[in-house]
Ligand binder design. Structure first.
Ligand SMILES: [Zn+2]
Length: 281
């Protein structure tokens, strides 16, 4: 069952200033085992450095054992390493697969992860309980809007970030306020530049802007036909590919949001600042 905010104490919070976070869900390509796009991670890290953007990476748990080379690249680049689902071929984490991911993370990083993002933003009740039980400090799985894995509950449209059951800070993935259209790399590609500039004139973005992307959004490899994705999703990817915004688009995004008063930081840094100011425990 998808996470139901009505069954929990959800406290809405405001940010004192605008913060933007560049995040990536680092995973095998298209829910499978291909690595054509995944292997281009070093190019993304170069682009992120050139754009002067701190990066928060939610890493598919099995990558810590199977692709330590890529995880080392992230660590060397100073990325904020956190945990994504254990295996993207499964519909989402269970309490057991979450434990397996934490163990793999801990073996590689040396400490337990503090932040989590669920497979396709699908935070379920069971997963929420497991994330809290494992001692995570914060989560970034809620997409307050329409689209894949969305959480349309009104409460998530009434704040910048949230504390759930006095136990877990929630930093939602960005969407256009009021409309609920995701402000992520894949949705921006899907809508195209004309629609986005129309949205820009009519709708606002959240004060905490957690931008999400995937390697297949940035460097699509054109071999999606062999992936296990459903047909309609393959079509959406093909459309997005025709409007591709590559790694170099990140410089424009960084400058655009800075010009609007956003400061770029990692989600760990954001959580530390809120903890220091007594806003989360
Ligand atoms: Zn993912």
């Amino acid at each position: 069952m998808i996470f139901d905010p009505a069954a929990h104490l959800v406290s809405s919070r405001r940010l004192p200033r605008k913060l933007a976070v560049l995040s990536i869900d680092l995973e095998y390509d298209y829910n499978g085992i291909r690595t054509d796009a995944l292997n281009r991670l070093p190019a993304l890290l170069d682009a992120v450095r050139d754009a002067r953007l701190p990066l928060t990476a939610f890493v598919e748990g099995r990558l810590f054992a199977e692709r330590p080379d890529l995880c080392a690249c992230l660590a060397e680049a100073g990325a904020d390493l956190q945990l994504h689902c254990h295996d993207h071929r499964e519909p989402g984490d269970t309490a057991e697969s979450l434990q397996a991911s934490i163990a793999a993370f801990e073996r590689f990083v040396g400490i337990r992860p503090r932040g989590y993002r669920a497979h396709t933003y699908r935070l379920t009740e069971e997963l929420f309980q497991a994330v809290v039980a494992e001692g995570f400090a914060w989560d970034s799985s809620i997409l307050p809007g329409i689209g894949f894995g969305n959480h349309p509950g009104r409460v998530f449209r009434q704040g910048d970030w949230f504390v759930i059951d006095d136990a877990l800070a929630e930093f939602p993935v960005a969407s256009w306020r009021a409309l609920g259209i995701p402000f992520t790399h894949s949705y921006r590609q899907l809508m195209g530049r004309l629609v986005e500039s129309a949205l820009d004139r009519t709708a606002s973005l959240p004060a905490l802007l957690v931008y999400d992307m995937h390697m297949v959004d940035l460097v699509p490899d054109g071999r999606i036909g062999k992936s296990p994705l459903p047909l309609w999703l393959k079509g959406a990817h093909a459309l997005a590919r025709s409007r591709q915004r590559g790694c170099d688009d990140l410089t424009a995004l960084g400058d655009r949001l800075r010009a609007r008063g956003y400061e770029w930081c990692t989600l760990s840094h954001c959580h530390e600042r809120l903890t220091r100011t007594g806003q989360c425990g």
